[in-house]
Structure formats: C-alpha cells, structure tokens
Write a protein that binds this ligand. Structure first.
Ligand SMILES: C[S@@+](CC[C@H](N)C(=O)[O-])C[C@H]1O[C@@H](n2cnc3c(N)ncnc32)[C@H](O)[C@@H]1O
Length: 246
C-alpha cells in the first residue's frame, strides 16, 4: 500500500509511534527536477511517526547530509553510524573533482542506544581459503612436540560498512531507485521481524519491496502520482515473485 501525497501532510493524519524504523532517500535538491526539490520539515513528522526506540536511515550525498545533522539534533536524533554504497559507476557533476561512485546512508537514533532496536548483521564471506600457520602458545610446546597448527578462517563475520552493489540503471522505474541488496541488511538491522518500516519518499517502492522480502510491513508515501502508481504496480507484480528469497 502506497499513500499518494506530501509526506508531511500524510504523516500528520496518521497516529503517532506506528513505525519501528524509517529508511528513506529524500530528494537531495541536486537537480532542478520537480521531484528533487528539498522537503523542509519532514524530520519532525517522521519523529512523531516513529516508536520511541525507532531509528532513521537516511540516504544521500555528503552535500545533502551534512546540514541534516543539525536538523536531526533539533529533534533529538544523534548520529550512530554510516554505511557507504559503492556503485559500479556514478555521477560526475564536476569534471575537476573525483568521480563520485558512492552514496552514504546515515543512521540516526534518539534516547539510549541500548534501547534502540538493532540486530547485528553478519556475512558468511570470511574466506575459508585463508589458511594460516600460527605459532602455538608457549604452554602448548611439548604437548605434541609441534610448534605450529593450522587454523582455517571462514564462516560469519561482522558485515562491512562498505557495500558494493550494482545500481539499477537500465532496469529501474525511478532515476534514483535503490537496489534491494542494499536495503535488505538495513531492514534486518533496524526493524524487528514483523515490524513496520516507514519510507516517506518512496519513489519506486524499493523499501516496501525489501521490507516484504524480510517479512516486515511498510508504510510508503510518494508525492508524485505517476511514480506512486508505477511503484504500486511494481509492488503488486514483484512482491509475490520475491517472497521467500531472503
Ligand atoms: C530520491 S527519490 C527516492 C527514490 C527511492 N529511494 C527509490 O528507491 O526509488 C525521492 C522521492 O521523493 C518524492 N518526494 C519529494 N518530495 C516529497 C514529499 N514532500 N512527500 C512525498 N514524496 C516526496 C519524489 O517524488 C521522489 O520520488
């Protein structure tokens, strides 16, 4: 279900404390496109819609995110951590700078961190082929007569803060459509199973699709009616196909 309208107006009609987390990608104001116009005041409405222990992931460029910290602070939200999305190609607005092939997602929270829902994420990509010969501790000498033993790395390790995920250019229904692989770990980290993820700038509906894959519910809001209808179609069409892939 996607609500069509300005997220500030739509959220004002909803009861408070209904979402477990917010994962969103607001308009950055980088272009003159109508859907990219910055939206002042959205944080206040999201803060009201979140449960007290809910957190907010915000995607964006550093130019967009840097001023956001003060606005977040004004509503009681502090920086927790950020992840970097490394894309296979990027945008170069300026030919005299580094080509930007990454975006950030910053996590903000309020209250005590220990109260904020967060489920540590692991990946199973520690490489088993890394086999090391290690010196045995001194107290082991003599037990077998050997000074070395073989240990194998492998199995789960903490998920890294840099995610290399291909962008969706060529198959996207929205110019800034976020890939599901990027959203799935954020949802698992910040929303309890069966909980509710809020995305007030839903665009193509990727957050809702990813929430469904992870067995979470979603509240999606999108101002542009045509985009909202495409997102609704995508959700109807793709969600059943993706069920059970996580
Ligand atoms: C950066 S895009 C989000 C793209 C999305 N993450 C995706 O994966 O497709 C921002 C979206 O917010 C919408 N938007 C802009 N201002 C809005 C507002 N005040 N209320 C609701 N939606 C808004 C735009 O139409 C645009 O689709």
């Amino acid at each position: 279900m996607i609500h069509i309208g300005d997220c500030r107006e739509v959220l004002a009609t909803m009861r408070p404390a209904l979402a477990d987390c917010c994962i969103t990608d607001p308009p950055y104001g980088d272009t003159s496109l109508e859907w990219d116009a910055v939206c002042p005041g959205w944080i206040e409405h999201v803060a009201r819609a979140l449960k007290p222990n809910g957190s907010i992931w915000v995607f964006g460029s550093m130019r967009f995110l840097a001023p956001l910290f003060a606005e977040m602070a004004a509503h009681g939200f502090r920086y927790s951590q950020d992840v970097v999305w490394e894309k296979q190609n990027g945008t170069g607005f300026n030919n005299d700078r580094f080509r930007r092939v990454h975006e950030h997602a910053v996590l903000f929270y309020r209250g005590a961190w220990a109260d904020v829902y967060h489920a540590t994420q692991f990946t199973n990509d520690a490489r088993a082929r890394v086999v090391r010969k290690k010196e045995k501790p001194a107290q082991w000498h003599g037990a077998t007569g050997s000074t070395t033993y073989v240990s194998e790395d492998g199995g789960p390790r903490l998920m890294r803060s840099v995610m290399q995920v291909r962008n969706e250019h060529g198959r996207a229904i929205h110019p800034t459509q976020k890939p599901l692989e990027l959203l799935l770990p954020l949802i698992r980290y910040s929303c309890p199973p069966g909980g509710v993820v809020l995305d007030p700038f839903a665009g193509s509906g990727s957050t809702g699709l990813a929430a469904g894959v992870e067995g979470r519910q979603s509240i999606l809001i999108e101002m542009d009616e045509a985009i909202a209808r495409s997102a609704a179609h995508r959700l109807d069409h793709d969600a059943p196909l993706l069920r059970g892939i996580a």
